[in-house]
Design a protein around this ligand. Structure first.
Ligand SMILES: [Zn+2]
Length: 394
């Protein structure tokens, strides 16, 4: 069985070990070492990555009590040089201890238990079994960071059964033998097999990013240490860019964005009113531009840049009056929109007209006998359709 060196030393990231077994895992190779500092994914903490004899380690995991170091090339030597990606490892150590501190603070202040824990690519979540408000969350964030700044010592304990009974554990162990307790200087006792820094100050900072309701409690998203710095860096950059854009102070950004948003909403409302007025105006112009044939007011018109919705609105307004037969076509994004309509008092077969022209446009559509609409991509035919319509007898 592999000696789990990571349990008692989270900092060594270069070591020599012997390969004791190689198993084929699909197209990759699973290396089993006599000892390892590589942490296998477990208990919410992702695996370490790095290299074994310069070959990249893709994943590290437990399989039937063995620790598998997954690599893509075969290694034929026995003794190998292993290197961890320590930046990644340390990031994970910061997140992990940050989680212990945060969970303990939630327990002390609100008797809220941590029931879920997940470390993602650049953020961490915990689920708690109680709902807290924003003020309470702010207080928890402050309290947790006080524990970071106090530079408390982190100890690894292997208590006897008797000693274990006397410890104020935050949660019950998930294993029954070789129970490992991570102690933060009399502040927190948590059974855990993960990797942690030696002191709380190495966590750097705990920043809660957001909370949302989750089951009967909350999901808290947070970042620690370098991840908190990265989070701050991009947010600072964005705020600076926005404040430069408007030549305002960073503190004024929120107020300005809210103001702009209100202006945008008002402008959109005004544009809608103006559009309606324009449509009304255009409709009046079109309505008077007809050819009278057999007592039918025939309108065949091309209108530039109108959506099918606008075209329909114009057509619908015109056919409310008697004796109109209309064919309106617009070009929108290299597509022809067409509306065929007739007044209620006319007996013309508008469907037949529509079917003939929509086929020429290579399009599809439909509607009521009084107003039919459709779109097609054969815009070359638009002029022919309108002249055909104006020449036809109904
Ligand atoms: Zn832990």
């Amino acid at each position: 069985m592999t000696e789990k060196l990571f349990l008692n030393d989270s900092y060594t990231n270069e070591f020599k070990a012997n390969i004791v077994e190689i198993v084929k895992v699909k197209e990759n190779y699973g290396i089993v070492l006599d000892k390892t500092y590589f942490y296998p994914e477990n208990g919410g903490q992702p695996s370490d990555l790095g290299t074994i004899d310069s070959v990249e380690v893709i994943d590290v995991y437990y399989f039937n009590d063995k620790i598998i170091h997954l690599i893509s090339e075969e290694i034929e030597k026995k003794e190998v040089v292993c290197k961890l990606n320590f930046e990644r490892r340390f990031d994970l150590m910061q997140q992990h201890l940050g989680q212990h501190i945060l969970s303990r603070c939630l327990e002390i202040k609100h008797e809220a238990n941590t029931v879920g824990f997940h470390i993602g690519d650049d953020y961490v979540t915990i689920d708690i079994d109680k709902k807290l408000n924003n003020f309470e969350i702010d207080e928890i964030e402050k309290f947790s960071n006080e524990m970071v700044f106090k530079n408390l010592k982190v100890n690894i304990l292997y208590p006897t059964e008797e000693e274990l009974k006397a410890l104020p554990l935050r949660k019950q162990p998930s294993v029954s033998e070789n129970i490992r307790i991570v102690e933060i200087d009399k502040f927190d006792y948590s059974p855990c097999g993960g990797t942690h820094p030696k002191t709380t100050s190495e966590v750097g900072l705990i920043k809660i990013k957001k909370i949302k309701n989750h089951k009967n409690g909350l999901r808290i998203e947070f970042v620690c240490g370098r991840w908190a710095l990265n989070d701050y860096r991009y947010k600072n950059e964005y705020i600076n860019e926005i404040s430069d854009m408007f030549a305002i102070k960073d503190i004024q950004v929120k107020e300005r964005v809210m103001l702009l948003n209100n202006e945008l909403i008002e402008s959109k409302k005004k544009i809608d009113i103006l559009k309606d007025e324009l449509l009304e105006y255009e409709m009046k112009n079109i309505e008077n531009d007809f050819i009278l044939k057999n007592n039918i007011k025939i309108i065949g018109k091309y209108i530039d840049d109108k959506s099918i919705k606008d075209l329909r609105a114009i057509g619908n307004a015109i056919i409310q009056k008697d004796n109109y037969l209309i064919c309106l076509i617009s070009n929108e994004n290299n597509k022809a929109n067409m509306v065929i309509g007739k007044s209620k008092n006319l007996k013309v077969d508008s469907k037949e007209i529509f079917n003939k022209y929509i086929a020429l446009l290579n399009g599809k559509g439909g509607g009521s006998p009084f107003l039919l609409q459709g779109s097609g991509d054969n815009i070359i035919e638009v002029e022919n359709i309108i002249s055909d319509f104006l020449k036809a007898e109904f």
